[in-house]
Ligand binder design. Sequence first.
Ligand code: PEP
Ligand code: MG
Length: 579
Amino acid sequence: MRILKGIPASSGIATGKVFLYEHETLEVPHEQYTDDGRAAKEVVRFSEAMAMVRGDLKRLGQTSLDGDQKDILQTHLMMLEDPEFDSGVRSYITTNKVNAEWAVEVVATQFVKTLEAAGDPALRERSVDLKDVSLRIMSMLMGVKRVSLATLSEDVVLVSDSLLPTEVLSMDRMHILGIALNGSGRTSHVAILARSFNIPTVVGLGAITKKVKAGDEIIVDGNHGEVVVRPEWSTAQNLRDRYDRWIAHEEALREVATLPSETTDGHRVVLKANVEMVDELDAVLRSGGEGIGLYRSEFLFMRPGGLASEEEQFAAYRKVVERMQGKGPVTIRTIDVGGDKVVPGLGIDEENPILGWRAVRFCLSRKDIFRVQLRALLRASAYGELRIMFPMISGIEELEGVLLILEQVKDECRKAHVPFDENVQVGTMIEVPSAALCADILAKRVDFFSIGTNDLIQYTIAVDRGNEKIAYLYQPYHPGVLRFIRMIIEKGHAAGIPVGMCGEMAGDAMSAVLLTGLGLDEFSMSPQSLLEVRKIIRGVSFSEAQALAEHVMKMDSYLKINTYVREWMHERFDYFTSV
Ligand code: PEP
Ligand code: MG
């Protein structure tokens, strides 16, 4: 038995057999020969590999795949039939007298470069498919077995070095009971997606992939950030008891689903939900979410197949506002691609993506994509209470830039008699330190603020939110971060606008009283956390919360603040000790 400690990323406990998934780095051999007979043999090897990959893909197409997965398979099959690629590889083998896998590597890279340089986004998207198909052919030639997360035949616990958000989106979620990762952080988008799919997850485990074998029994405790490999009976029993206590606690929490989010002395706050996918709305409604504080629209673009059309976007946005009718407004954030959210085919594969071409920076240079999204948002605003929010704003120029485009798109809609809500509310995320420092300037131009602590902490402390090696530095209670939060709230209030928070800190039960005391108006979080946070807020008075905040703001280190807040919360709420 082995117990490994990591970072709790999505609550719940999962038990099952390990499915080991490590990212392949295919070392393609480069062989040069002089014998012409060998060239003929390599051409035959290439043809056979193509035929086998074709057969594999056709077999996969007969299994129960969803529409998107079927579309990808179809595209891959079409690429295998491409005569230009086929003849390109054959002639490279015979002209240069190299092995087939090397020829595939060289020719595919040339094709990919040409596609990536194309002005047409659809062509650029194809480059991702071509990379995938060529990897399949090379793996076939080299006898390397590729595993796929998209179609699993049994229930498993996924153990991997790391995952991409796109892999989480396309994996077979019916069969993945839990996830354990070597790397990643609690606020990475992989962790955020695991929470939205309710898959118990522990991240930042170091070298777990080296400590397990495929098929090992494993327990993932996403509440405490623990993973037990090949558990002894008594440990498994203890964890089962822990799980039962947690389930009982979750059940008991249901009682607050319909109660107001207010302190014992009547101070109201608003508790909203963060969603990544339309199918999370049931969970939001079950937990009494008072609206959507953050709909991460970029996930609509991160599915296989690339960009979502205006109609697809409009349908998704309309569905969300209609389902939330009567509950509260739906805040849809314009696409925040880049950083750790790479959308295939958009050319956002950068050396330093966290400080790179992200969010509104991307939208301001790809106005074609941005305008389509704004138009879809405006159209959906005619069907319910919709608010538009911009991510990663760093200063007034960017804010004015996006507001100007919004006004232009509104004008176009008016001229075309497309109905939309003339009073649609517009807000900005405050998640870049320069925006926090200029909150008073930005507040004059928007209807609301939402603090994005995931990024604000990352940029304030200069600590990559997805890097487990420096996760110890990622401290929401760093006095620098808390000062920023207080300042943003004060500046927002001085300008008469509400201030919310949609970073993961808003859903952290331990921080609920402190944030209430700092004067935060709206908390938006994963539906998993809503009931707990509401229960906590209902258990204190506003004056107590203010006193806690005032005390904490005088402290000089996150270590002291951590200890103080923890002790304070433990004394008042048994949740932190009993579950
Ligand atoms: C944030 O940065 O806090 C946030 C909510 O946005 P995201 O996690 O999508 O970057
Ligand atoms: Mg962010």
